[in-house]
Ligand binder design. Sequence first.
Ligand code: 5RP
Length: 235
Amino acid sequence: MTTRSGGDRGSTARLKRLAATAAAELVEPGMVVGLGSGSTAELVIHELAARVRAGTVLTGVSTSRRSERLARRLGIPLLAPEEAPSIDLAIDGADEVERGTLHLLKGRGGALVREKLVAALARRLVIVVDVSKLVDRLGERTPVPVEVVPFAWIEPARELERLGGKPVLRHTALGQPYRTDNGNLILDVDFGPLDQPEALAREIKLITGVVDHGLFLGLTDTVIVGEPDGVRVLR
Ligand code: 5RP
């Protein structure tokens, strides 16, 4: 289903804000909400915090230490995933959204494992993006992030090459190997546009040393897209 509503033209930041505001409106009092990671998801956290300040009862389950710090600072009560009776709704960003399937590529922010766990626990996953994130095929613009344990990471890197990818170990701006919140490394693997993401996802998961990857297939309930003319809802 596709619906449209009005809005102003504007920058990427404006489009992200439109999507974030629309997503926050889906949250009802008393809900347990998965709090995503990345700049768009952080806009949602700000929206939800404003609700909490206005007296709405909400509980968050964060998908990264960064989101946890932000939510805590803004006064959103938090639970660990295993403490939450259930997660009603998770709201998160994405790096690519495949138009036809709503499959996702996530993990540029390095939070993919926690994001996938919270998405799996949630009754509903709502994705918030600006229109630039829509693609015809996953992998068109973004490599597939693969989280690996630090020990002997060269072995999963070689296996990823055997699958046809070009893995690059992610580094911080200071040139140190990037560490996830789980203490692991990330290989950004360029496979080009993906013809069969399901088969690739299965193959990657079978590699020893791989924790998980940024292909989120069949998890999305709704995508809220910020566009110059308003928001578009894809289901
Ligand atoms: C982090 C993610 C983010 O959701 C993704 O990178 C999108 O971020 P942004 O909203 O800043 O574009 O997957 O691991």
